[in-house]
Write a protein that binds this ligand. Structure first.
Ligand code: FUB
Ligand code: ZN
Length: 696
């Protein structure tokens, strides 16, 4: 998504449009590398598309002048993660998680067999109509992982999958094993059948696999499918509301990859289809409520979050992607309001969203049940994507505060420390009996968390003209191109367990530029808005130094901004004071009445039954509770645990007597629960004896 890759304006845009407006063709050479053949102008004119040139020119010229995206991500392949917290997790994904994805995709379910049969155009479809998407998401996760952890055997196997996928594609570019193996005449008749959703995941996988391996068979397959969709829908202006959004954000990736404006136009076209009464198909029939899939109003008129959480997150990620290029105030205003509605009224302290299982989505404002919280892993993954895009669009750190909360809590909880067990829903309390599974019938979550962790490098840094942005505190190394100069950046930290961050800035030559370091919102408030606040004393301010000396900095939209002439070996140190914070909810959240949650840095804690004989629900947190923090190397892969003395209530078996004894209690990071067998758990802890019990 490099700014420099987009046309500047005016004359340049004209030549750019002229050069690129035709379809670009890709061919495999004998060693499987991509050869790009751009159509000649003559061929383009012969193809009778000349009429499009002025139109394309005008659109591009207008858009290239209006984009106001504030920063661009440094992509994961340019970042080496060295972090003691994340690197082992990425290694676990590269082995155990991807093993599980491959095993279930290829052996234990018929997902790959579906492609084999589709290539033969015969056989019975196995599984659910959206299962192709899991294959694509697994390939995307594999692609990210192969970049950091090359694995020839895994790559060979993936190449084999890709050959089968490509072989299944119909001559007109259509590709969906469910319809190819059932009744192809029924394709594109039910907007809920996830054909475009699967196409979106195919596009994302194709780009990721090409970026890592240079092999383009999957990407070419994806482009043919995207072109098919464009010709069937946008070019004929045939109404189509995606029942499960995803294609919009994928098309934007394809636009940035190919620079072909057609994909931007198609993404925008998909967004524009919503809220106009075009939606029809199974979910419209089932829900009788177009808000379920955010189809109640045109996207630009939407102001409140509704419906299915994953659908919403993918939609708004795509809308933010489009707005970043077009600077469309309609999308930006809509998303500002919807974001506030999510964060101010609907988000769990874990960054999880989608309280209800019934619609896998949002309920009423402030209605945040704990034991029955749905909080799908994919929805937290979607929060990470959407908030990243909102940050890029606005340059505001508040989005990274939310991203970080979802990442370290709601999303990370989705996978076991062993990497091969998964939560679909991530409740904030459990009566016991709930645990991670090896796999699911609807298996969207495992490969989603795998791809998120694999692409962690995407979320750490940002860049813009003359500015380096540090968003997440993750030990890593990267290099920035600042004009003609290169700047190496190395970050070391024990975050999230300790608040010390050290950055070594090494420009090849001395240079003036701006370093923007996020001052995490959790220093002063758990989340933007008033849904949650800290109980107790104010936090100490962070300490920022350059070369061991306090430095003058300004604060802009949550970033510490240091402007200076940087030279080789400059060291920036940031101390983020961490202490155990008690979080209370807005009184409107009835479920958390007389309860507190515990937080240390960005990490939310819980009490797990395995640590408390009387049960996780029976620990009371009085106002004067004093906490100690210990890093325990050998517990749960190495975590900070919180220790405190607290009254624990025991109730006799027949309920006739109640005793309260002070005991030493341990709280563990929420994301690490359910790794020592199945037991009860809760995040929101009672402050009075009246509230003892697991909090539903
Ligand atoms: O429909 C595909 C996936 O299945 C959704 O994203 C999940 O919420 C689950 O419904
Ligand atoms: Zn999921």
């Amino acid at each position: 998504m490099g700014k420099g890759k987009r046309p500047a304006s005016g004359l340049f845009a004209f030549f750019w449009a002229f050069y690129y407006a035709g379809e670009r063709r890709y061919w495999d050479n004998f060693v499987g590398q991509r050869i790009l053949e751009k159509r000649s102008v003559k061929e383009f004119i012969m193809n009778k598309k000349l009429i499009l040139i002025p139109v394309v020119f005008l659109v591009i010229a207008a858009r290239s002048q209006t984009s106001s995206q504030k920063l661009y991500p440094v992509i994961f392949s340019e970042v080496t993660v060295t972090d003691p917290f994340w690197k082992p997790k990425m290694q676990t994904v590269a082995t155990a998680t991807l093993d599980a994805c491959v095993r279930y995709t290829q052996e234990k379910t018929g997902r790959i067999r579906n492609f084999e049969k589709a290539a033969q155009r015969s056989g019975k479809h196995e599984g659910i109509f959206y299962d192709d998407s899991d294959v694509y998401k697994a390939i995307e996760a594999i692609a990210y992982s192969l970049k950091n952890y090359p694995n020839p055997e895994l790559e060979r196997n993936t190449d084999e999958w890709i050959r089968k996928i490509a072989a299944a594609q119909l001559p007109d570019g259509y590709l969906n094993t469910y319809y190819i193996l059932t009744d192809i005449s029924e394709r594109w008749t039910d907007m809920d059948k996830h054909e475009d959703y699967c196409a979106g995941h195919l596009i994302e996988a194709g780009i990721a696999y090409y970026n890592t391996t240079g092999k383009d068979l999957l990407l070419r397959t994806a482009i043919r499918f995207a072109d098919h969709i464009d010709s069937v829908f946008r070019q004929q202006n045939r109404p189509w509301v995606s029942g499960h959004q995803e294609i919009e954000l994928a098309l934007m990736k394809l636009y940035h990859h190919t620079h072909n404006i057609k994909y931007l136009e198609l993404a925008d076209w998909f967004l524009e289809q919503r809220g106009r009464g075009y939606g029809k198909g199974a979910i419209w029939d089932k829900w009788k409520d177009p808000d379920y899939c955010q189809d109640g109003l045109p996207v630009k008129d939407q102001r409140k979050i509704t419906g299915h959480a994953v659908r919403a997150m993918y939609l708004y990620t795509g809308a933010a992607d489009v707005a970043a290029v077009t600077n469309d105030a309609g999308y930006i205003n809509a998303m500002d309001s919807i974001w506030e509605d999510v964060v101010f009224h609907h988000m769990y302290i874990t960054g999880g969203i989608g309280a209800q299982g019934s619609n896998e989505g949002f309920g009423k404002p402030y209605d945040l049940p704990n034991a029955s919280a749905y909080c799908e892993t994919c929805a937290s993954v979607g929060m990470v994507f959407w908030n990243q895009r909102m940050n890029m669009l606005s340059g505001d750190a508040k989005y990274i505060d939310v991203l970080e909360r979802s990442l370290y809590n709601g999303a990370l909880d989705g996978v076991s420390l062993s990497g091969d067990r998964f939560f679909y829903g991530n409740p904030l309390a459990s009566f016991g009996g709930y645990g991670r599974s090896e796999w699911f019938g609807t298996a969207c979550c495992p490969s989603n968390i795998a791809r998120l962790i694999g692409e962690l490098g995407n979320f750490i840094y940002g860049k813009s003209e003359n500015t380096i942005w540090v968003n997440l505190f993750v030990g890593s190394e990267t290099e920035f191109q600042m004009g003609k100069n290169t700047v190496d950046l190395k970050m070391e930290t024990r975050y999230p367990w300790k608040g010390d961050v050290e950055l070594e800035v090494t420009p090849a030559k001395k240079q003036d530029f701006e370093l923007r370091i996020r001052l995490p919102g959790w220093l002063t408030t758990p989340v933007p808005g008033r849904l949650y606040r800290y109980a107790g004393e104010e936090a100490e301010p962070p300490v920022l130094k350059v070369n061991s000396k306090p430095v003058v900095y300004t604060v802009d939209h949550g970033y510490a901004v240091i402007r200076r002439t940087w030279k080789k070996g400059d060291r920036v140190t940031l101390q983020l004071p961490m202490k155990v914070r008690k979080v209370v909810s807005d009184p409107a959240v009835k479920q958390n009445d007389n309860r507190v949650a515990l937080q240390y840095g960005p990490v939310v804690y819980c009490i797990e039954g395995v640590d408390v004989e009387a049960g996780a629900g029976n620990v009371i947190i009085p106002a004067d509770t004093k906490f100690d923090v210990t890093f325990e190397h050998s517990l749960l892969g190495g975590v900070n645990t919180l220790h405190f003395d607290a009254p624990v209530v025991s109730i006799s078996g027949d309920g006739s007597s109640v005793s309260t004894i002070r005991k030493k209690i341990t709280a563990i990071p929420y994301f690490s629960w359910n790794n020592r067998g199945v037991s009860d758990m809760q995040v929101w802890l009672p402050t009075t004896i009246q509230k003892i019990r697991i909090n539903d």
